[in-house]
Design a protein around this ligand. Structure first.
Ligand code: C2E
Ligand code: CA
Ligand code: CA
Length: 622
């Protein structure tokens, strides 16, 4: 009898079903649909085998043809059900849920399916067996062929249309699955003695299982918690089907620098155990030391979060503390992207407990708008550099200028750096932005026109964040060389004490650049962003007294003494002084008398665009 392939297929499906059902899994829509598809496949195979046996019995041994016909009908009805479930499995995660046409399509497919099943039940069916060629035919079977074709093709077309909305792996798996099915059907149609369809469908399930629905991929090997991939899929599923949830996350912070593997492992395992003991809700390990649990409502979440915090506070033998981020209602975010942005931003909060609220969300959105603005400005070349000249007191001319970045909006408006630098520092955009400024300055200097009008040096601001890896020196030199600039024309203004290890990297970067001829200033002196340690130990040539410091000079007798003394100290160390923020003639005269080398301020000029700056040099340097 021609049932070997079907029996193999049955074994395969059985194995997958057992593995799938035994493993720990998340309650995802796709999982439910996959489970349904496996059941349909299983039932279909059983009726496939049964129908072949009965057809043979009826043809050769006179078994009741009516019973055989009923079994044949059940088989093809299940076959169509399987195709239908396949389509639903694909479409549910792909088609938009809120569009009218998609809703209509869903109903149409339901109706076609239901009508088809009724027709198959009512219309006549025949069967035949001749050696290994066993099959059923007649109007009922024809309907089954047509419907199967509709579902297979719909699945393939949907997959093709929405390929951009799914990971590449999903795309390949879906096409392979449906393609194998289609191929098997065509072969079986041409050569009826090769009964391939049943085998092909179970083979397709293997592909789906391994590639898409294998739950072990979502489970963290060492703790048994779900992984961050699982969280991503789970959260997307929740938003897609409008199910609100609450989440709390806990992050372990070690309070010593010497965290050894055993200690870390102990902390992680204890946390994992405590989380799993909380209840049946899914717990995730989303990072080496970050965990979260999802709840259906916030009351339960708050209760459990308090529980975990109490347990953690009771732990005294591990030098670690916890920070907690609680999101009481997922619906305050407008989708999974914003949800994860929120999570990743505020997971870094130093505060012990952070509870998501409208204010935090507003802040996040504002930051995100700024991030988008910087990104677009970099892309569309709308990052501009303005120049503010320094007056060289000894030489009585303007031979140095500070480069100050601006973003020009599409409508022509200018955004000052105060609105975006700190955000760029936080999210890493300061790296490309800072390099862009260097490039613009080099390009400006490459025409040598400014030099012809007395410009000797441009000062460029660099944030500590720009210097905390090994590359910046190389990148900066690349631009200087590319534009053929004398490195002595570039001076970098640095601030903020880079701590510990980063400080060494910073000094290495500085020394590399100094060897090439670039020089450094200490910016914002007197604000607490820069301290004395800096100009004692850092290879800087100039100290810039901050705006607030120089303003204080004119308002406050004590600051006046400190500043006068500091200028003296700086000079004794053979360093030069720039004072910032000089706005009036009177202020300018006082500073001149104090013997500072450079004066910068609105009194001489505000930061101005390249062209205006060239005009300024021509007019004032002769
Ligand atoms: P900063 O380095 O302290 O730059 C001096 C700031 O003081 C500039 O503000 C300048 O316009 C302003 N200023 C100059 N003279 C006067 C004055 O007489 N009165 C007053 N009230 N203000 C004066 P700006 O251009 O808005 O820059 C703000 C800050 O943004 C800069 O402070 C600097 O920390 C940062 N920044 C600017 N460009 C860059 C850049 O390319 N990279 C980095 N990392 N930071 C930059
Ligand atoms: Ca500066
Ligand atoms: Ca300053």
């Amino acid at each position: 009898m021609n049932i070997e392939l079907q029996c193999c297929a049955l074994f395969i499906i059985f194995t997958i079903a057992v593995m799938f059902l035994r493993e720990k899994k998340l309650d995802l829509m796709n999982r439910v649909l996959f489970q349904r598809a496996i059941c349909a496949c299983f039932a279909c195979l059983i009726f496939d085998i049964l129908s072949i046996i009965l057809i043979n019995k009826s043809v050769h041994q006179g078994f009741s043809p009516d019973v055989t016909k009923i079994v044949c009908k059940l088989y093809i009805m299940l076959l169509v059900l399987q195709g239908y479930f396949g389509y639903v499995y694909a479409a549910t995660s792909l088609l938009p849920r809120d569009r009218k046409w998609a809703v209509t399509a869903r109903y149409a497919y339901h109706t076609i399916f239901a009508a088809g099943e009724v027709l198959m039940l009512l219309l006549p069916i025949e069967f035949t067996a001749e050696g290994r060629v066993v099959f059923s035919y007649g109007p009922s079977t024809t309907i089954a062929y047509i419907l199967s074709a509709i579902y297979i093709l719909s699945t393939i077309i949907t997959t093709l249309i929405y390929r951009k909305h799914m990971p590449g792996r999903r795309f390949t798996a879906m096409l392979l699955w449906q393609g194998i099915w289609l191929l098997a059907a065509v072969i079986q149609f041409i050569e009826p003695q090769i009964l391939l369809v049943g085998f092909a469908s179970s083979f397709g399930m293997v592909i789906l299982y391994i590639q898409l629905e294998n739950p072990s991929e979502y489970v963290d090997g060492s703790t048994g918690l779900f992984t961050s991939n699982a969280l991503s899929v789970y959260v997307h599923d929740k938003y897609r089907f409008d199910k609100s949830f609450s989440i709390f996350t806990a992050k372990i912070h070690y309070m010593t620098n010497y965290v050894d593997y055993n200690m870390e492992q102990a902390a992680v395992m204890r946390t994992a155990k405590a989380l799993m003991a909380l209840g049946p809700e899914p717990a995730f390990r989303i990072d080496d030391d970050t965990f979260c649990v999802l709840y259906d409502n916030k009351e339960r979440m708050f209760e459990k979060a308090a529980d975990i915090k109490r347990q953690k506070d009771g732990v005294t033998d591990l030098p670690a503390k916890g920070t907690y981020l609680l999101i009481p209602d997922s619906m305050m975010m407008n989708g999974p992207d914003e949800f994860f942005r929120f999570l990743h931003t505020y997971l870094e909060n130093e505060q012990e407990i952070t509870i998501a609220d409208e204010d935090l969300l507003k802040k996040l959105r504002a930051q995100n708008r700024v991030k988008g603005m910087i990104e677009e400005a970099l892309q569309d070349d709308r990052v501009e550099v303005f120049y503010q000249p320094f007056y060289n007191v000894r030489e009585g001319r303007f031979n140095v200028a500070e480069a100050l970045v601006r973003i020009r909006l599409e409508n022509g408006d200018i955004v000052p750096p105060g609105e975006f630098i700190s955000i760029a520092e936080e999210n890493g955009q300061i790296i490309p932005l800072g390099i862009r400024v260097v490039e613009k300055v080099c390009k400006f200097l490459s025409s040598k026109e400014a030099q012809a009008h007395g410009l000797d040096q441009v000062e460029i601001n660099v944030s500590a964040a720009q210097f905390d890896n090994e590359n910046p020196a190389k990148l900066i030199m690349q631009h200087i060389e590319e534009y053929g600039i004398d490195p002595g024309m570039i001076n970098l203004e640095i601030t903020e004490t880079a701590a510990g290890e980063n400080r060494d990297i910073m000094i290495r970067n500085m020394e590399r650049l100094i060897r090439q001829g670039v020089s450094f200033s200490l910016d914002d002196f007197g604000t607490g962003r820069s301290n004395i340690d800096y100009f004692v130990n850092m290879p800087v040539r100039t100290i810039k007294f901050d705006y607030s410091f120089t303003q204080g000079f004119f308002d406050n007798e004590k600051i006046k003494h400190v500043l006068t003394g500091m200028v003296d100290v700086v000079h004794k160390m053979n360093l030069k002084v720039v004072v910032e923020g000089i706005e009036t003639e009177e202020q300018m005269m006082v500073m001149k008398e104090m013997g500072v080398e450079f004066i910068q301020g609105f009194y001489f000029s505000r930061p101005i665009p390249e062209d205006d700056f060239m005009a300024f040099l021509k007019k004032n340097n002769g």
